[in-house]
Design a protein around this ligand. Structure first.
Ligand code: SF4
Length: 486
């Protein structure tokens, strides 16, 4: 009988797991790609010494073919790693790199190759038309420029810009206001660290309005936790300091991702109506309504908000309780965090079920995302897992996997560009180049200035602290003395 619930679900049993709905179909497409298509692509890529870097959110059929290729210069990841791999492929002797993703990703790859001395290695997109991103476009508007000008007039402003923006946006923003890039998985820590390390800082978050509103809700909800719980999230904060964060955080109000817009509220409404008997979990870094929902359930020991290990400990405890109850009732958990966590959950849950063999219990893990969102898993047994990766871009609310722009990348489109490349007809490929920028900002290229906010984020991810140069920039740049608007 078909389940009345609509989220993709993984059912974990003692000796196996079962996938439900479109996730199961996606898994089949990923794990059993068309062998002829794999062989043909492999041969053509090798013949042309062509590297391919693809974003996680390609559809499972395309990802399955790419993952099965034996040609070693094929890679699937988030956009930061995609750019790194493009450079590695050039170093390894690839003559061209094809980027499967949206346009700011191919721009990033182009910029990183230029920076690394590989300006002669061409980069190609797989569509002659723009492969846009409504969020990236929002940050290119005059409204965003005006909002940044307001930030520049304010003392000690730090602009935290979402990764899903063009290099040009990052460069022009950084010229106006000290800027650091963020992803959905590090935005909370970036903001909390900024408030801990820069006295009297004012943070301007953009362009994702939906995420900005969720962040405001998230920081307000933090005030309901006790000091110890807040310190577990960030050791420099307590109830008093998170109150100050809420008061000094501004977010842009006119930037929408078409997918989040459709799925954000819808997903949580569905979780409320379809998952009334389920346990609700949310990672502390998951902003928004999902966090609030888990917080409500936590009050009745029906949910948890916390770190990855808190969620794991909660699920394990509830599975043990279900086994001990001996009534054969199987627990179901809604997993409000990135999909990659499911591999460790499956391991722990199976260990409990095996220790109590014959209990008749299975455990359901539901993923609160659009039903066709799937992410490649490093676990060969799982292949793909439901849900959006939390690494960048989109949140547990939806996922770029459902994005119409992402879907412009297809196996056919990749094959077409590869054939044109092999035919060595540069004219036929002109429209497939990423956008480039001739303009200079204070004598530096857009790529140079636009890369800095990304490098600041990489420093933060490596060390857990903001770079000293960025902190000095925020403190040292006096209001109204910043570079003129570009
Ligand atoms: S789903 Fe991702 S790529 Fe698509 S518009 Fe939204 S942020 Fe941009």
């Amino acid at each position: 009988m078909k389940s009345a619930r609509s989220f993709p679900t993984l059912r974990v049993l003692e000796d196996r797991f079962e996938a439900e709905g479109t996730f199961a179909e996606a898994q089949a497409a990923f794990l059993r790609p068309d062998e002829a298509a794999v062989r043909a692509l492999d041969a053509r890529l090798e013949a042309g010494r062509i590297g391919v870097v693809a974003h996680y959110y390609m559809d499972p059929e395309l990802q399955g073919v790419l993952a099965a290729c034996r040609w070693p210069h094929v890679h699937i990841s988030d956009s930061l790693l995609m750019a790194d791999r493009a450079v590695a492929f050039a170093k390894a002797g690839c003559r061209a790199v094809v980027v499967l993703g949206v346009d700011f990703m191919s721009e990033n790859a182009r910029a990183m190759l230029d920076e690394a001395g590989y300006a002669h290695i061409p980069v190609y997109r797989v569509a002659s038309a723009p492969i846009g991103c409504s969020l990236a476009a929002a940050a290119e508007t005059l409204t965003y420029q005006a909002w940044l000008a307001q930030a520049a007039r304010s003392e000690r402003s730090l602009h935290v810009v979402y990764i899903n923006t063009s290099l040009r946006t990052k460069a022009h923003a950084h010229a106006k206001v000290p800027t650091i890039t963020c992803t959905s998985s590090n935005v909370v820590q970036t903001i909390l660290t900024a408030f801990a390390e820069i006295p009297d800082v004012r943070v301007w978050f953009g362009p994702d309005t939906y995420m900005g509103q969720n962040l405001a809700r998230f920081f307000a909800a933090l005030e309901t936790l006790d000091d110890a719980e807040i310190r577990a999230l960030h050791p420099a904060h307590d109830r008093a300091t998170v109150r100050a964060v809420a008061a000094r955080l501004a977010s842009f109000q006119q930037g929408h991702c078409v997918v989040h817009h459709m799925f954000g509220a819808d997903v949580v409404a569905r979780a409320r109506s379809e998952e009334s008997g389920s346990f609700i979990t949310a990672h502390l870094e998951v902003p928004g309504e999902m966090f609030e929902l888990a917080l409500e359930h936590k009050a009745h020991d029906r949910g948890v908000v916390g770190s990855t290990s808190d969620i794991l400990a909660f699920i394990t405890r509830k599975v043990r309780e279900a086994v001990a109850a001996g009534d054969g009732k199987s627990p179901r958990f809604v997993l409000g965090t990135e999909a990659g966590m499911v591999t460790s959950i499956v391991r722990e849950v199976r260990a409990v079920l095996r220790a109590h063999a014959g209990s008749g219990i299975s455990v359901e893990i539901a993923f609160p995302v659009a039903s066709d969102a799937v992410t490649a898993s490093s676990d060969p047994e799982l292949g793909v897992v439901p849900g959006a990766s939390g690494g960048e871009g989109c949140t547990a609310a939806g996922g770029c996997a459902t994005c119409p722009y992402m879907k412009m990348n297809s196996l056919e489109a990749l094959g077409d560009v590869v054939e044109r490349l092999l035919a060595e007809s540069p004219e036929a490929l002109r429209a497939f180049h990423p956008r480039t920028y001739d303009e200079r900002l204070s004598g530096r290229t857009v790529a140079e200035v636009g890369s800095e906010p990304i490098l600041h984020m990489r420093h933060f991810q490596r060390t857990g602290s903001l770079p000293a140069a960025l902190v000095a920039d925020v403190i040292g740049r006096r209001a109204n003395e910043r570079a003129p608007a570009g």
